[in-house]
Design a protein around this ligand. Sequence first.
Ligand code: PEP
Length: 254
Amino acid sequence: MRKKIVAGNWKMNLTKDESIKLVKTISTEIQNQNIKNNRIIIAPVSINLHAVLNNVGNDKRIEYASQNMHFANNGAFTGEVSASILKGIGIYITLIGHSERRVYFNEDTVLLKKKVDQALNNNIEIIFCFGEELEDRESKNQLKIVENQLKNTLFHLKDSDWKNIILAYEPVWAIGTGMTASPEQAQEMHAFIRNLVAKNYNETVAENVSILYGGSVKPTNAKEIFSKPDVDGGLIGGAALKAKDFAEIIKAIC
Ligand code: PEP
């Protein structure tokens, strides 16, 4: 049975102390909330992950993820972090394929596929991000684009790998822009994605994979978007940096 998930991507924001403080405030904000079978995941800056886990890791309802991970075990890759380095500090989840990595760091499907394989070989769960650009949607090519993104990076996986995959559909035109996909646009795409997984694997894999929506989710629109049958929660950027907003978004899946 798939879970509802709210994941926060803090991007390149917050010092160590600010990160610890924000997690503490979020934890307090949701202290009376029954999280039930849902998941809350936060991805701070990687250099702060260890301190966050050590200082506020006692609230077991909150899990932590890396924002990125390299495809190699170790070696001469200045500035990067590997699966074993993440596992060494207790991190077992990573984002892969965020549009900012694709655009600003030229991460293409060949590279992303290598990262996916490396994460899974190390038992690291992946929040795999993908989505179309504005011109793709304007030219009505969004379904084809998304299908190709998934085909080129994920559809070589085995059925059993999918227990470690969370999909995050993030239309690039909605990330950090204040423009959100309408609940209907999100549902249409999420149903299409689930159907693709069913076609390439089977109904069980498709029914069990959580598909998150990302792109300017806020307390004011979260409930409506998350109420759609194929939307299993959200990947949150800007609003994840504000404790009250993030807590409200979490409440929208509970
Ligand atoms: C993101 O960066 O994944 C994201 C969804 O950002 P925002 O919520 O700010 O649009």
